[in-house]
Design a protein around this ligand. Structure first.
Ligand code: FA5
Length: 343
C-alpha cells in the first residue's frame, strides 16, 4: 500500500470539489463501508500474523489523515456556502415596510374607559354582573314586583318565565348588596351591555351600554349624588355644555332624577337629533328606595344610598358629535377608524 500515493490522490480529488454533494462523493470513495480504506482492512486478514499489527496501524493512521483532509475541506465549503446563502438572502433594511391595517379602540370602549377612570379616581371599585339575568334581580329586588306597571318603562327580551336579557345594569346593585350581609359602605360602578325591545332611532338602540353607580353608607344625601354627577359631567363634557337635573320616577329610587346634557349637534337650539328639545338625556339616578335596601339586607334606618345609571352610548354621541347611535353598531371601518388612534 502506497500511503503517500493515496494521500496525494485524496488531495487531488478534494481540489476538484466545489460543493457539499461532491465532497460527499469523495468521502464515500475513501471512507464508506465499500470505500478504499475499508478495502485495505479486508486485505489485512490474508496477511501473516507478524505483518498484521504494522499494517493495521498504518491503515488507521491513513484513515485519520484522510478524515482530517475531508473534514477541513468540509469546513471550508460550509463557510463558502453560508456566505453565498447570506449574500443571496440579504435584506435591504432601508426599504420602506408594508403598511398593515391596524385596529383601533371602539368609541364606546374609549368612553367606557374614560368614565371608569373618573369614578376610580373618586374611590369607586368596578363590579360586573351577568347579561342573562334573573327577573328577581333585574326587577323584583328593585321594587318592581311581577305585573308592576313600571316594568313597561323597559320593554324586555324574556328568555323564559324567570330569565331575561338584563334591561339595565341596576341588578348588580342587588347582587352586590346581598353579598355584603347588610354591612356598608358600598361604592361601586358596574359597566356592561344591556338590552331592550326599543325601536332603533338616532338616540335609541335595542342593545346599548350602561354604567351603574351605587353608594351606600351612613349619612348619604341627595347633595352627595348631585355633587358626584356634576363632577362627572364637568370631567366628561367640559364647562361649555349645560347640565340639567329633572325630577323623574324610578321604582327603585326616591326621589328620582334624570340628567340631560345640552345637545352637541345644535348647541341646544333644537335639531332632529335632540327631537327639537336642545337636550339629550344621559342618565337616571336617585336616592336608593328603602324597600331596595331592606330587600338586599341593609337597614334603611341606618344606611342611605344613591344610585345612577349612565347611558355610555349617549355620552359617546355627545362627546364626539355623532348624530346617530346606529353608527356605533354599523361596524363601518370608515367610521370606526376615526377613533382611538391616540391610544
Ligand atoms: C335606567 O335604566 C335606570 N336603571 C337608571 C337608574 C339607575 C336610575 C339607578 C336610578 C338609579 P333609563 O331607562 O332612563 O334608566 O336608562 C338610563 C340611561 O340609559 C338613559 O338616560 C339613556 O342615556 C340610556 N338609554 C336608555 N335607553 C336607551 C336606548 N334604547 N338606547 C341607548 N341608550 C339608552
Amino acid at each position: 500500500m502506497e500511503q503517500e500515493q493515496i494521500i496525494r490522490e485524496v488531495t487531488l480529488d478534494l481540489e476538484k470539489v466545489s460543493n457539499s454533494n461532491e465532497l460527499g462523493e469523495v468521502r464515500n470513495k475513501y471512507l464508506s463501508k465499500k470505500g478504499l480504506i475499508s478495502g485495505l482492512m479486508v486485505k489485512m486478514k490474508d496477511l501473516p500474523v507478524e505483518e498484521k499489527i504494522t499494517f493495521g496501524k498504518t491503515v488507521n493512521e491513513l484513515k485519520e489523515k484522510v478524515t482530517n483532509l475531508i473534514e477541513s475541506k468540509r469546513a471550508e465549503i460550509e463557510e463558502k456556502e453560508l456566505s453565498a446563502k447570506l449574500e443571496s438572502e440579504r435584506i435591504d433594511i432601508t426599504m420602506p415596510g408594508d403598511d398593515f391595517a391596524r385596529g383601533s379602540k371602539h368609541p364606546i370602549s374609549i368612553i367606557n374607559d374614560e368614565i371608569t377612570q373618573v369614578f376610580l379616581g373618586m374611590g369607586y371599585t368596578v363590579k360586573e354582573g351577568p347579561e342573562v339575568e334573573e327577573d328577581l334581580y333585574n326587577f323584583e329586588m328593585l321594587n318592581l314586583p311581577k305585573d308592576h306597571p313600571a316594568r313597561d318603562m323597559q320593554d324586555t327580551f324574556y328568555i323564559d318565565e324567570t330569565r331575561l336579557l338584563r334591561t339595565h345594569t341596576s341588578p348588580v346593585q342587588a347582587r352586590t348588596m346581598l353579598s355584603l350581609n347588610g354591612k356598608g359602605p358600598v361604592k361601586i360602578i358596574c359597566p356592561g351591555k344591556v338590552y331592550r325591545k326599543d325601536d332603533d332611532d338616532a338616540t335609541h338602540s335595542h342593545q346599548f351600554n350602561q354604567i351603574e353607580g351605587l353608594v351606600v353608607d351612613k349619612n348619604v344625601t341627595m347633595s352627595d349624588l348631585k355633587g358626584t354627577l356634576e363632577l362627572f359631567a364637568k370631567k366628561m363634557f367640559g364647562n361649555d355644555r349645560k347640565v340639567k337635573f329633572r325630577s323623574s320616577y324610578f321604582p327603585f329610587t326616591e326621589p328620582s332624577v334624570e340628567v340631560d346634557v345640552s345637545c352637541g349637534k345644535c348647541g341646544g337650539k333644537g335639531c332632529p337629533m335632540c327631537k327639537g328639545t336642545g337636550w339629550i338625556e344621559v342618565l337616571g339616578a336617585g336616592m336608593v328606595h328603602p324597600n331596595v335596601l331592606r330587600m338586599s339586607g341593609f337597614d334603611p334606618e341606618v344606611y342611605q344610598g344613591f344610585a345612577f345609571g349612565l347611558g355610555i352610548d349617549r355620552v359617546a354621541l355627545l362627546r364626539y358629535g355623532i348624530d346617530d347611535i346606529r353608527l356605533l353598531y354599523s361596524n363601518d371601518l370608515r367610521f370606526l377608524s376615526q377613533f382611538g388612534k391616540e391610544n
